[in-house]
Design a protein around this ligand. Structure first.
Ligand SMILES: [Zn+2]
Length: 108
């Protein structure tokens, strides 16, 4: 069995539906080929992730929107930061105005 044949037979190998003779040939090839071992590992990991996603209903398949909650949280943080700075600047200006008025009233 060559790499192309292994690749074509990996899914039935993983699911256990590959014939015994092909399984033997595939295992023999895997002993000699790191590339196909890597491909097997990748397919097994993908199958595992797929299994997890199917069983966990809170996980989204749509990876395009994976950044949305992160971006929303970052925007909230920026707005809160701006609000805090605005309040601090207003308090500082009020304090300066109070000192000026107190100084002027003291002179008068
Ligand atoms: Zn190979």
């Amino acid at each position: 069995m060559d790499c192309k044949e292994v690749s074509a037979n990996l899914n039935p190998f993983i699911s256990g539906t590959l014939s015994a003779s092909k399984t033997r040939a595939l295992l023999k090839h895997l002993k000699e080929c790191d590339f196909c071992c890597d491909e097997l590992n990748v397919r097994l990991m993908a199958a595992r992730v797929n299994e997890i996603l199917k069983t966990d209903k809170n996980v989204s398949y749509d990876l395009r929107n994976a950044a949305v909650p992160v971006i929303r949280a970052a925007k909230r943080k920026v707005v809160l930061n701006d609000l805090i700075w605005t309040v601090l600047i207003l308090l500082l200006l009020a304090g300066i105005l109070f000192v000026i008025l107190h100084f002027v009233a003291g002179i008068l």
